[in-house]
Design a protein around this ligand. Structure first.
Ligand code: NAP
Ligand code: HSE
Length: 437
């Protein structure tokens, strides 16, 4: 699409290959945000046709008229200038992408298995025919790691990429470590949540992570790393006893991708490893992914976020679509022109959880009087710790999230109590319901 002036294109037709977990979320996002996208990019996106295997399946919110079982309707129709590939697999997907790229269409794909084997060939075809191929969703779901490596760190001389790059296995390991069920039960939950590949042995056996590490290391080190270059082990032979033993020694077990570059060579591997509990990667739980990028210039940069799931992955697919579609000026999106119509909430109407510490007279009924002020203002107490010293006691309370204006009113009343000495300390508590009302 780069060989055409963006200002000539007011309407862009986007065909999809696949309409499963990710495909449905892509369609929902593109149609639900159509007006915002048009205002920001200057282009109207038209979605469809959409290729599937079984047209009779339930696809909530998807117009059945857009569904087709004929690949040519997507990959050969010249009016489809951008093809989104979210069907997965190698065959017939590879041939479909070759056909689309050969005629100059651009492609956005989430298919790591395909890219880690045929990425260089497909990128060369895109280049030759004047199209573009983007693949942010092929590694780490919603986390924009490919954009950061390709653009922000292009000249940073990256020396190592260490990552938790498979959401399914991280979910399984996190759940098992906290006693959330046995291996089979937790894997079934990951499948039901849409995290796992169509064949979950790709996830638990390490092949999915190996493919992602091949892609990430190729970009990070400006090299060609094929899936066959990445030895991998999964978590399928891991025993829960070792997860427990590791925990008792201060470690958590994670499936890691480890890529290193020195002057002469590159090594890329995937294996389960013990990570010290204080390490930054140890706290990455659930289906989240994280990538720690090391370079001389930047030292360590860690990117973390959802690594799997329909909406999460669709966010990366749509970002690629928008990057290809561009803007009339070939510059940044016109976000400044977009007005969602939402107003800014007054500070008092936002909610926060609070920590309060105050000195009080150590006499009967003080705690009840303080507590009743909060109760009358509709604020609920989560924890109280009282410690006395002579005639004075220190009172520490943690309050559940409540309206800021109610807290201000409560503190004005608390300060006015005879029992309270000096100025109480009030701090907000993160992660306990802070945010808008
Ligand atoms: P999915 O739910 O299994 O959906 C696959 C879709 O492709 C379905 O609509 C299926 O049609 C269609 N399809 C498959 N083979 C086809 C064929 N030969 N001809 C026509 N249609 C075909 O898969 P998904 O989870 O959305 O994943 C799609 C891709 O995104 C994969 O490459 C995956 O690795 C990648 N990805 C997934 C996630 C995630 O969290 N799920 C995250 C990152 C990347 P039917 O509906 O008729 O069966
Ligand atoms: N099955 C993959 C995972 C989806 O669990 O990470 C994201 O590529």
């Amino acid at each position: 699409m780069r060989n055409r002036r963006a200002s000539d294109r007011r309407s862009v037709r986007i065909g999809l290959l696949g309409c499963g977990t990710v495909g449905q979320a892509v369609v929902r996002t593109l149609t639900g945000s159509a007006a915002t996208i048009e205002r920001a990019t200057g282009h109207r996106l038209e979605v469809g046709p959409i290729l599937v295997r079984d047209p009779s399946k339930e696809r909530p919110g998807i117009d059945p008229a857009l569904i087709t079982t004929d690949p040519a309707a997507v990959i050969e129709d010249p009016s489809v200038t951008l093809v989104v590939e979210v069907m997965g697999g190698l065959d017939p997907t590879l041939d479909h992408l070759r056909t689309a790229l050969r005629r100059g269409a651009s492609v956005v794909t989430a298919n790591k298995q395909l890219l880690s084997r045929h990425g260089p060939e497909l990128l060369a075809m895109a280049e030759q025919a004047g199209g573009e191929m983007r693949f942010e969703a092929s590694a780490c779901g919603a986390v924009p790691v490919i954009k950061v490596l390709r653009e922000s760190l292009l000249a940073a001389e990256v020396t190592a990429v260490t990552g938790i790059v498979n959401g399914t296995t991280n979910f399984i390991l996190t759940e098992m470590a906290k006693g959330g069920g046995g291996y089979d039960e937790v894997l079934a939950r990951a499948q039901a949540l849409g995290y796992a590949e169509a064949d979950p042995t790709e996830d638990v056996g390490g092949a999915d992570a190996a493919a992602k590490m091949a892609i990430l290391s190729s970009i990070a080190f400006h090299a060609r790393v094929h899936l066959d270059d990445v030895p991998y082990e999964g978590i399928d032979r891991l025993q829960s006893e070792d997860i427990e033993r590791a925990a008792s020694l201060g470690f958590v077990v994670k499936l890691l991708g480890v890529a290193r570059a020195d002057d002469g060579s590159i090594s890329v591997r995937v294996y389960p490893a013990l990570v010290p509990r204080g390490h930054r990667l140890a706290s990455v739980g659930g289906a989240d992914n994280a990538v720690l990028i090391e370079s001389r210039a930047t030292r360590e940069i860690m990117l973390v976020g959802p690594g799997a799931g329909g909406d999460e992955t669709a966010s990366a697919v749509v970002a690629d679509v928008l990057a290809i579609v561009g803007t009339p000026q070939w510059s940044f999106l016109h976000n400044a022109l977009v007005d969602s119509g939402r107003s800014v909430a007054p500070a008092g109407e936002t909610t926060s959880a609070f920590y309060v510490r105050m000195s009080v007279a150590d006499r009967p009924g003080v705690l009840a009087r303080v507590a009743s002020v909060f109760a009358e203002e509709g604020l609920s107490i989560r924890t109280v710790v009282q410690s006395g010293s002579g005639d004075e006691a220190s009172l520490v309370l943690i309050l559940h999230a409540g309206l800021e204006r109610r807290m201000e009113a409560a503190m004005a009343r608390v300060r006015a109590l005879d029992d309270v000495r000096g100025e109480p300390v009030v701090l907000r508590v993160l992660g306990s319901g802070e945010g808008g009302s």
